[in-house]
Design a protein around this ligand. Structure first.
Ligand SMILES: [Zn+2]
Length: 133
């Protein structure tokens, strides 16, 4: 019986390719680095406003944010790694706290972002944005 607990590492990941612009499959690791994920199944993890996994782009591991039941689909919060996506989308995750429209961290208020675990890159961007204002 496989059970996933908060903090468990679900998978390590690497970059098959590094692109300088984002697309719907990439994960952002810096201003000009968007990686194509390997192993490939990780590319298909959908967004949710109540995610159960997090892409730790510093340690290159996917971590469970909460207990995940067998058969439960993995989901992650796209703005936790994406600063400004090439195109936004209407979110249909149906969670209570659904943000309705997802376009990256740059487009969300800080009090919303504060409720999520964010990549080191996004945390840095937020800090710098705050300083320059
Ligand atoms: Zn949502």
């Amino acid at each position: 019986m496989i059970e996933i607990n908060p903090g468990d590492i679900i998978s390590e990941f690497g970059s098959k390719e590094v692109l300088d612009t984002p697309n719907y499959l990439t994960v952002q690791i810096s201003d000009r680095e968007h990686i194509m994920l390997t192993p490939e199944f990780l590319q298909y993890i959908n967004h949710s406003c109540s995610p159960n996994v997090f892409f730790d782009t510093k340690n290159m591991v996917v971590i469970a944010l909460r207990k995940i039941e067998i058969g439960e689909e993995f989901s992650f919060f796209y703005p936790s790694t994406e600063w400004s996506m090439d195109r936004g989308f209407d979110c249909l995750c149906k969670s209570e706290n659904c943000l309705k429209y997802i376009q990256g961290a740059a487009h969300l208020p800080p009090e919303i972002l504060a409720e999520y675990q964010l990549s080191e890159y996004i945390e840095e961007k937020l800090k710098n944005q705050y300083i320059t204002k």
